[in-house]
Design a protein around this ligand. Structure first.
Ligand SMILES: *Cc1c(COP(=O)(O)O)cnc(C)c1O
Length: 357
């Protein structure tokens, strides 16, 4: 028997969340963002759950090739672009669209013989100061790209640093509009958070990621995923594998950081940081045992966590445990552990089997 930990992936929830994007951004085409192995859900699940998307976008070229092998014939966008001449050749061969954000990439493209034209998304830095050309260079960059016979369609893109905070993306949006208005190119601007402000942000393409997986791009406290009409895709579940009876003063786990104040019943659960459960989750982090909410106690170890089941007398070896998912938002667990749903989902370890439903 395999260990009981399992990530169940609800492909119908994926389709629902994609339909939510379609409703919010009805005039745009959707590039479903599937980087980091579809935010930890697996590329095969993404291919199935997002089959109604207009395109996929990701970072990893091997995964892009896998999408082609899974039968996806539509657009695929490489979000960090090409890292070498070989990547350009593979992009051309497999019909990948490619982000260009440096002069080095333009130079490599100019000197690499390609079998077929490549569509390019030109990325502009409008204030995030991570990747992209400064808007002042737009004429020069667009002239160089459009005069290269290997370049097919051009699209202009930018990425927001603070679309999750009210109105904090408007300055970047203005800079992007100043450079793109009047040019004959399609545009791509919105991440998940900005999809909820599509009326103002606009764009011919949108690039939602986290919302497609049913987690919030905002803070869980103010705009939880359920209030945004999203359905959790991954349910990470496992079982109780041991029970301990503590006397007052007994400590639990490494470091003895949790000490029982009264007689307590503690369940030992098959999930640890080597599965992707956050080691920083403190005593009090919520967890569902047999459908009942209780709390983590003591330190998260590599393969196990310990949970207070004093008030759940029916909890025993074999009782089902939900770490996050359909009944406990991943964002709530993330908040307790001082991080975000994105990190928990993408950190689910390869040793955890994914089961498509
Ligand atoms: C990851 C990423 C996205 C998706 O962001 P979410 O916040 O998950 O919606 C969009 N665009 C780019 C360039 C990205 O790298």
């Amino acid at each position: 028997m395999p260990r009981p930990i399992l990530a169940a992936i609800d492909t119908r929830a994926m389709a629902h969340n994609l339909a939510r994007v379609r409703h919010l951004c009805s005039s745009a085409r959707i590039h479903a963002v599937v980087k980091a192995d579809a935010y930890g859900h697996g590329i095969a699940a993404a291919r199935q759950g997002f089959s109604e998307a207009d395109g996929f976008s990701l970072i990893e070229i091997e995964r892009a090739i896998e999408l082609r092998q899974l039968g996806w014939r539509g657009p695929i966008l490489l979000l960090e672009g090409c890292f070498s001449a070989l990547d350009w050749q593979a992009a051309s061969e497999h019909r990948f669209d490619v982000v260009v954000h440096t002069d080095e990439q333009i130079a490599t493209l100019a000197t690499t013989p390609l079998s077929r034209r490549v569509n390019v998304h030109v990325k502009f830095n409008t204030g995030m100061n991570r990747l992209g050309f400064s808007p002042g260079r737009s004429r020069d960059v667009l002239t160089r790209l459009s005069s290269n016979a290997a370049v097919g369609e051009l699209t202009l893109m930018t990425h927001f640093a603070r679309a999750d905070e009210p109105d904090q993306h408007l300055e970047q949006l203005k800079r992007f509009r100043d450079l793109s208005d009047g040019l004959p190119y399609a545009t791509s601007v919105a991440n998940s958070a900005a999809c909820f402000d599509f009326e103002r942000v606009g764009g011919d393409w949108v690039r939602p990621g986290i919302m497609l997986y049913g987690a919030t791009p905002f803070s869980h406290a103010t705009r939880p995923a359920a209030a945004l009409g999203l359905i959790p895709v991954m349910t990470l579940s496992t079982e109780i594998i041991g029970i301990q009876h503590l006397r007052p003063g007994d400590a639990v786990g490494y470091g003895g950081t949790y000490v029982a104040g009264k007689p307590e019943r503690i369940a030992v659960i098959a999930a640890g940081y080597a599965d992707g459960y956050p080691r920083h989750a403190p005593t009090g982090t919520p967890i569902l045992v047999g459908g009942h909410r209780t709390r983590l106690v003591g330190r998260v170890s590599m393969d196990k966590i310990t949970v207070d089941v004093t008030d759940l007398p029916l909890a025993q070896v074999g009782t089902k445990v939900e770490l996050w998912g359909a009944n406990l938002p991943v964002d709530e667990v993330a908040e307790a552990a001082g991080t975000i749903g994105y990190e928990l989902l993408t950190a689910v370890a390869p040793r955890v089997p994914r089961l498509l439903r």
